[in-house]
Design a protein. Structure first.
Length: 385
């Protein structure tokens, strides 16, 4: 195992902790606070969906990457709600130190890349950073404004944020978002704009945060949900991009992984080691894709549906690498937690070789070369086969 890959895996396992950092805002159904990992996933989705509203100078691929990593410092310093009295200078200093610590787990070239991108986001000076910041201001507000039964205290925070807080500048900088928020706040239907017609889809995708998978967090506290899983495997694909074939576009891979589990809002999650009627699952997921992506304007519906179908078919270099990463994450977690959920499903080494090994070997053989000896050792010493 190379030192480089070892460092990358250590960073990716550390990133799992972001799923346990709760934020002040709640899911749309008010069932619990949103965590920073699923927030980061949804912000990346906001970027892809709202791309038509960005200036020509904005590179949406860089915006997505900024939003994937922008909150990783909260693993160390936690979340700081904007409505509470806070020493923001002290927070800034703590976050700068945390960024050096967290990204410093990576090989030096990747540590430098991520640290520079995070600092660019924080400085809010480039076109990419400004657009990313617009979205970071919007998502928590619309999380409140699109809730069927919003918490009155949260509505008050939104009102203050729009009138004199961090979101007030959207009135001139991102006016469609500002006017839509203002209309919803006073109970009026918003005007139909390029922003407002995409909002229904984004609100619907909040439900992915309540679809739970078989895999558990590395802490063992609970099962992982599909939104935070999607965020995590996007980070996996980015950091492990050196394992991809030369003709793979990592930016397209990230988009596939961003979208790949949205169908589970309707179709649910089907554990890879569970008993599944694959024909019925495929039909359910296709119907879900039609409905959910159908909430978008027709051009985006076609684009997203095509990306999702390409991922499912796994016949292109991009899709094969995306599938390999999707299969790689769970075993890494299980190995780090004494087998994780393998015992729950009576998983054998032969099953992993077929259901996990085949797609990883097709899309990222170097990852299987790292994983297989550890699987052999685990099953030989723990299971005795």
């Amino acid at each position: 195992m190379s030192d480089r890959l070892s460092a990358q895996i250590d960073f990716l396992k550390r990133a799992d902790s972001l799923k346990s950092v709760d934020r002040a805002n709640f899911l749309l159904d008010q069932s619990r606070p949103e965590n920073a990992a699923e927030h980061s996933w949804q912000l990346a989705l906001w970027a892809l969906v709202m791309q038509p509203l960005a200036d020509d100078a904005v590179c949406i691929h860089r915006v997505i990457r900024m939003l994937l990593l922008h909150d990783l410092v909260e693993i160390v310093v936690g979340d700081h709600p904007i409505h509470l009295k806070t020493d923001w200078n002290a927070v800034e200093q703590a976050e700068q130190s945390a960024a050096v610590e967290v990204f410093g787990l990576l090989p030096s070239d990747q540590a430098t890349e991520c640290l520079h991108l995070w600092r660019e986001f924080e400085a809010d000076q480039t076109p990419d950073a400004r657009f990313a910041k617009y979205l970071d201001r919007c998502q928590p507000m619309f999380q409140v404004l699109c809730a069927p039964h919003a918490n009155p205290d949260h509505l008050t925070i939104v009102q203050e944020n729009l009138s004199s807080g961090r979101a007030a500048y959207l009135e001139s900088e991102f006016p469609d978002a500002y006017s839509t928020a203002h209309s919803l706040l006073i109970g009026h239907p918003p005007a139909e704009t390029e922003f407002s017609i995409r909002l229904g889809f984004l609100a619907e995708t909040d439900k992915l945060k309540s679809v739970y998978r078989a895999s558990r967090l590395l802490s063992g506290d609970r099962r992982e949900n599909s939104a935070e899983h999607s965020w995590h495997i996007m980070i996996f694909a980015w950091i492990l991009s050196g394992q991809a074939a030369p003709d793979v576009s990592i930016d397209r891979v990230l988009q596939m992984l961003l979208l790949h589990d949205i169908v589970e809002i309707d179709a649910g999650d089907h554990p890879i080691h569970g008993q599944v009627d694959h024909a019925a699952q495929e039909a359910e997921e296709q119907a879900a894709a039609e409905r959910l992506f159908g909430l978008l304007p027709s051009e985006q519906k076609a684009e997203f549906l095509s990306l999702w179908q390409e991922f499912e078919a796994a016949d292109s270099p991009d899709a094969r690498f995306a599938k390999a990463v999707d299969r790689f994450q769970a075993p890494v977690g299980n190995l780090a937690t004494d087998g994780g959920t393998w015992a729950d499903y009576n998983v054998t080494l032969a099953q992993i070789d077929q259901r996990v090994g085949v797609p990883i070997r097709r899309g990222a053989p170097g990852l299987w070369a790292w994983l297989k000896p550890q699987l052999d050792t685990y099953f030989a010493t723990t299971v005795g086969i």
